[in-house]
Design a protein. Structure first.
Length: 351
């Protein structure tokens, strides 16, 4: 291993994360539209495990998915990588399929996504694990961040939508009717949806996949200016890793679903911590953050997998916070020769 690799292990392993989400998307594609979301999740997990069974890192899953709906998943506390002596240590957050319902139903906005942060010896976790299943999130892009740094009134997660949209419009040099707000189409969002429409801004309602939605305002060509929604807390940490690399920001506050969950969480933390509004740097601390995703079905973040004869085309994104580098990776796979390593069979397997 070179001295560069030793001093910056992110550069050594960042493409292994892309390989993992890419293989997951390829292994899932045959389940697209088949109505079997758990089978799709299991296929993605199998492929991700298979990649990291061969990679020399000491990765600990600090943000896992799957527990909230008893679906297959890669869970909190699991180890990824060989964990050989001297292997670089990473905290890992992942969602093998963000948008499982969309995948099962053949709908857009499904991706396989991972994030990682290098963990310094003797220090605590770099990523914050939130105990509630859901959190309220408001995400916006770098131009709004710059405007706030330049003296514009900061956005507040509880502000009425007319105030928030006026500030975003000012930061972006737009009129409020030119703004696009994205949110999950859920009954719990009825009031926000009503407010956005009363303000005259455009809505983009999605059924699933709020990582893609929350990252969108920080992408120059997404056509989305603001994300607001109550969605999964693990997805919030993955989003924070991406925004750390893109220069965007997110305000997040935990959202207990009922009195029982609230009482359970308050056994672990104070009322002040439960009601605190977290920022990106609170959720992923330090300078190290890798974010990668591969499209399963089309989204504003990435095109989905395309099957053309004996070829498969995948589209992935890879970001590093240290360098603020964003790579878009388009790969063409020859399915007559392509194999992926799967843990379930402990060998290379055809797609």
């Amino acid at each position: 291993m070179s001295s560069l690799s030793l001093s910056d292990p992110e550069r050594t392993i960042e493409f292994e994360f892309v390989r993992a989400t890419e293989n997951a998307a390829l292994n899932v594609i045959h389940w697209l539209g088949r109505g079997e979301k758990e089978a799709a999740d299991a296929a993605a997990c199998d492929a991700i495990y298979g990649v990291f069974d061969l990679v020399d890192i000491a990765g600990e899953v600090v943000i896992g998915e799957g527990i909230k709906d008893n679906a297959p998943g890669i869970f909190l506390g699991e180890q990824l990588g060989t964990w050989r002596v001297g292997s670089p240590r990473f905290d890992i957050a992942l969602d093998p399929v963000d948008g499982t319902s969309n995948t099962a139903n053949g709908l857009p906005n499904a991706i396989s996504v991972m994030a990682a942060s290098e963990r310094t010896q003797g220090e605590g976790h770099a990523m914050k694990n939130l105990p509630t299943f859901y959190s309220t999130k408001m995400a916006y892009g770098p131009e709004v961040v710059k405007a706030i740094a330049g003296g514009m009134e900061p956005l507040q997660i509880d502000d009425p939508m007319d105030i928030t949209l006026k500030r975003i419009a000012k930061a972006l040099g737009k009129r409020v009717p030119e703004l696009v707000v994205m949110t999950l189409n859920r009954p719990r969002h009825a009031d926000v949806i009503k407010q956005v429409r009363q303000c005259g801004a455009a809505l983009r309602l999605i059924t699933d996949g709020d990582i893609t939605a929350a990252v969108s305002p920080s992408l120059v060509d997404s056509g989305v200016d603001l994300y607001w929604g109550i969605g999964g807390s693990p997805e919030g940490i993955l989003t924070a890793a991406a925004l750390k690399a893109l220069g965007g920001e997110m305000l997040l506050r935990m959202w207990p679903r009922d009195a029982e969950e609230r009482a359970s969480v308050l056994k672990e933390m104070s009322e002040e911590d439960l009601t605190r509004v977290y920022t990106v740097d609170d959720l992923v601390n330090g300078k190290s953050a890798i974010f990668c995703a591969t499209g399963i079905s089309d989204s504003s973040l990435l095109p989905g997998v395309r099957l053309i004869g004996k070829k498969a085309i995948t589209n992935s994104i890879l970001m590093r916070a240290r360098s603020r580098t964003v790579r878009y990776i388009r790969a063409v796979h020859d399915l007559e020769n392509k194999t992926i390593h799967l843990r379930s069979v402990q060998r290379e397997a055809n797609i």
